[in-house]
Design a protein around this ligand. Structure first.
Ligand code: SF4
Ligand code: SF4
Length: 200
């Protein structure tokens, strides 16, 4: 499978921008807000465990007033809100790391950094072709960035949840999403990006 998928080529079918729900990190949200000028409340959606299969990642859940939630990229009528009508990503340069990684799941050796395994993330019907050429150094760098960004995000989540647990011990409710955005320093800025012609 690994050798085969090194020939993976995205055909731009757009399925991965419609079906799966994409978890966001605080850095993804910051990048999108900076690029678009959109307020986080407009592109973020907080989902309960019943709406996203992530119970195996308890560190990804934020304690909010409405309950335990995962921060995700908002969809509108079954499409990512940044997917343009011609199925192109309208925030290509600022898209989340999860979009950049999908659908390849690469595993590297801790000691020598060699590619151990390359599999497909089974979250949608990926209409790929096998006439491309994946760069192992690029896959390695992306996997490293993705893992590091998630580790940083989980530290923010842990700190937020610690503060909410302390509030609960004082008989207070957890704070709402608007307070989380303040806590993360997510405020809208001027847009800087246009539409990119290629998706991935
Ligand atoms: S941000 Fe772009 S690449 Fe990611 S799901 Fe939305 S449209 Fe697709
Ligand atoms: S990664 Fe797969 S599902 Fe997503 S646009 Fe490319 S071919 Fe389609």
């Amino acid at each position: 499978m690994t050798e085969r998928l090194l020939r993976f080529r995205c055909t731009g079918c757009g399925n991965c921008c419609k079906e799966p729900v994409l978890p966001l990190t605080n850095e993804d949200a910051r990048r999108i807000a900076d690029a678009t000028g959109d307020a986080p409340r407009d592109f973020v959606r907080f989902l309960p465990s019943s709406a996203i299969a992530m119970e195996h990642e308890p560190e990804a859940f934020l304690q909010l007033r409405q309950g335990r939630r995962v921060m995700t990229l908002r969809q509108v009528r079954g499409r990512c809100r940044y997917l343009s009508p011609d199925d192109r990503c309208s925030i290509y340069e600022a898209r989340p790391l999860g979009c950049r990684v999908f659908p390849l799941n690469a595993t590297f050796g801790r000691r020598d950094g060699g590619l151990r395994r390359l599999t497909l993330i089974q979250a949608t019907t990926c209409e790929y072709e096998l006439d491309g050429r994946q760069s192992i150094p690029k896959l390695r760098a992306l996997a490293h960035d993705y893992e590091a960004a998630n580790a940083r995000w989980h530290l923010w989540i842990r700190e937020w949840n610690r503060v909410q647990a302390a509030r609960r011990r004082r008989g207070l409710a957890a704070r709402p999403a608007s307070a989380l955005f303040d806590f993360l320093g997510l405020t809208a800025r001027r847009p800087s990006l246009g539409t990119c012609p290629s998706r991935r």
